[in-house]
Design a protein around this ligand. Structure first.
Ligand code: URA
Length: 450
């Protein structure tokens, strides 16, 4: 067997077998296959695709490329959650405390982000003292004692994915259903949970731009999880505008706290509650979805979910007093308010209007404006500025007048603030009529409707 023949076989549209896929994954992980051959292989997969069997074999080879976490020392059904990624997505910070406060153990390994904002781990590091790298022993002890721990992914959890993802990122081969499904599911399977709830994003700020593509990705991942013996559910949710009001690391932590206090933005609250309810059903804490939703509403209203967040932060050495007094959080030095007039001026078709509706936005561009401010990583070695970002005051479907505040941009560099402002105002489309469909949850995929 050799790499050249495998690349050619895939380039010509043929299906690969288990030995060939394992050969490529192991060879690239141990360094015997160079970047240029792997890049050619990934591009062949990008254009020719993989069938279900190939995608499953790729997932298993990547999951087995390192250690699999053993969570058997944690009592109860462990449910993990993963999002395919989007702008302002901070649901892990909300869902974790909600379900942990209902007695479902959450042992979560999370990544750092590439792109517009940091990952969950970067966001948590915005809380002074919070420690994201603890030993496996302490991680398990904390979940047994507190019900919740979120730590950085160890180097040896699906190392093949780490290496392949970095190469995909620079070779324009990220947005392929088989490669995304294998990347996500390999990490989830290696992370050891009994059940998995996936949040598959669709829209201008997501990898999947159409509902058909998102459904295909959701079904592919549910099929892989089911084959691996894990109860797997995928919820397809909207990413045509940022989720919630905040984009940026510390701003997102603050918004997660508002949600746990029951004061969150409605679309963010909805997605967080829906994901939590599916996790509760998977953990067998509720008979059905309706009962689960009631439990979720109760722990938010009683303050138990917020108390759990503080307990978890303190257990990982973070200063939980910041969550009670959020004005203590470090803030960016400069702010720039974006008004309705700024958006009218950028949208030349509507320049004469006195008011209009925000009906669409290029969400990717909103993410880019946060990146320009310094809130995300352009390369895996970039430093993140945890204080910068965007706070939206208006959402798609809202009517805005010239003087309305649409958003506040937070930055530490006035030139970056100006560039971010330009990208932000150009991202929106205004219309005389409200044509925006503000559905937030589109579909739920389980093994029953594959
Ligand atoms: N998230 C991942 O973990 N992998 C992908 O390929 C895309 C999103």
């Amino acid at each position: 067997m050799n790499t050249y023949d495998i690349i050619m076989k895939k380039r010509d549209g043929n299906a690969l077998d288990k030995e060939e896929i394992t050969y490529i994954v192991d060879g690239y992980t141990n360094g015997s296959i160079p970047d240029y051959q792997m890049a050619a292989f990934l591009m062949a997969v990008y254009f020719q695709g993989m069938n279900h069997e190939e995608t499953t074999m790729l997932t298993m080879a990547m999951a087995d490329s390192g250690d699999r976490l053993d969570l058997s020392a944690i009592n109860g059904i462990k449910v993990d959650k993963h999002s395919t990624g989007g702008v302002g997505d901070k649901t892990s910070l909300i869902v974790g405390p909600i379900i942990a406060s209902l007695g479902v153990p959450v042992a979560k390994m999370s990544g750092r982000g590439l792109g517009h904002t940091g990952g969950t781990i970067d966001k948590l590091e915005g809380i002074p003292g919070f420690c994201t790298s603890i030993s496996e022993e302490d991680f398990i002890r904390q979940v047994n004692e507190t019900g919740l721990s979120i730590v950085g992914q160890t180097a040896n959890l699906a190392p093949a994915d780490k290496k392949i993802y970095a190469l995909r990122d620079v070779t324009a081969t990220v947005d392929n259903v088989s490669l995304i499904a294998a990347s996500i599911m390999s990490k989830k399977l290696a992370a050891g949970a009994d059940a998995i709830v996936l949040d598959v994003k669709v829209g201008s700020g997501a990898f999947m731009k159409t509902l058909d593509d998102a459904r295909l990705l959701a079904k592919t991942m549910v099929a892989i999880g089911t084959l691996a013996g894990k109860d797997t559910t995928a919820v397809i949710t909207d990413m045509n505008e940022p989720l919630g009001n905040a984009v940026g690391n510390i701003l997102e932590v603050q918004e997660a706290v508002e949600c746990l206090q029951g004061k969150g933005e409605k679309r963010l609250m909805e997605v967080s509650k829906v994901l939590s309810a599916h996790m509760l059903v998977a953990a067998k804490k509720a008979e059905d979805y309706e009962e689960a939703m009631k439990l979720v509403d109760d722990v938010i209203a009683s303050g138990k979910a917020f108390e759990k967040m503080k307990e978890f932060v303190a257990a990982q050495h973070g200063d939980a007093s910041y969550l009670d007094n959020m004005e203590q959080f470090e803030q960016a030095a400069f702010t720039k308010v974006v008004t309705g007039k700024d958006i009218f001026m950028a949208d030349s078709d509507t320049i004469n209007w006195e008011s209009g509706y925000l009906t669409a936005c290029n969400n990717q561009e909103i993410g880019m404006s946060s990146l320009v401010l310094g809130g995300g990583r352009e390369t895996k070695d970039s430093e993140i500025d945890l204080t910068v970002g965007i706070r939206l005051q208006k959402h798609l479907g809202d009517r805005i007048d010239e003087s309305d505040e649409v958003a506040i941009l937070y930055g530490n560099d006035e030139n970056k603030l100006e560039s971010a402002y330009q990208r932000f105002v150009n991202a929106y489309t205004l219309s005389k009529d409200n044509t925006f469909n503000n559905q937030i949850v589109y579909e739920v995929i389980t093994k029953a409707n594959l």
